[in-house]
Design a protein around this ligand. Structure first.
Ligand SMILES: Cc1ncc(C[n+]2csc(CCOP(=O)(O)OP(=O)(O)O)c2C)c(N)n1
Ligand SMILES: [Mg+2]
Length: 154
């Protein structure tokens, strides 16, 4: 939630939904789906953590089925990162809040979406190509982010 707030610009106040008002993870995809339906003609962009994305992954089928050309960016640190950064320094065990390195682009393709794995700027060509195309399928971007440091928002 920190990275998109810091680095994405929006055209106006109708163009940004911050799901943290509910304090619950897993609401990103459903919120973006609602926003996309409420604002046809705009490019919907969902920004999710990997944990929240996987918690609500069934929404991906709906987004694809409704033909919403949504860009879905998953900030993937292979963890419930907030828990790692909040509780790790106090010495709590972290094994249940860390995940294996999943291929979220492949999982997205399994739902009928396009998928791209991004580890560096060079990999963003796949996103440019999708943007320039017809955008009939949603694009799931598995953005592999560093996990050694917390976002400033924590
Ligand atoms: C339903 C629910 N369960 C647990 C939590 C506690 N919690 C807050 S942030 C977080 C981790 C979310 O992981 P991810 O979506 O991958 O984002 P990250 O912190 O890694 O950027 C958890 C489990 C919560 N807020 N809501
Ligand atoms: Mg995470």
């Amino acid at each position: 939630m920190g990275y998109p707030s810091m680095f994405l610009s929006v055209p106006d106040h109708h163009g940004f939904c911050f799901t943290q008002a509910f304090q619950s993870i897993g609401l990103g995809l459903a919120t973006a789906l609602g926003a996309a339906l409420a604002s046809p003609g705009r490019l919907p962009v969902a920004a999710c953590g990997d944990g929240g994305f996987l918690m609500a992954i069934a929404e991906l089928e709906t987004i694809r089925r409704l033909g919403l050309g949504m860009l879905i960016v998953v900030y993937n640190d292979n963890a419930y990162g907030a828990e790692v950064h909040h509780f790790g320094p106090h010495g709590h065990p972290l094994d249940i809040v860390r995940f294996p390195d999943e291929d979220l682009a492949a999982i997205g393709r399994g739902f009928g979406c396009a998928g791209a794995t991004v580890r560096s700027r060079d990999d963003l060509g796949a996103v440019s190509d999708w943007l320039a195309g017809a955008r009939r399928q949603p694009l799931v971007v598995d953005a592999k982010v560093a996990s050694s440091h917390a976002s400033w928002s924590l």
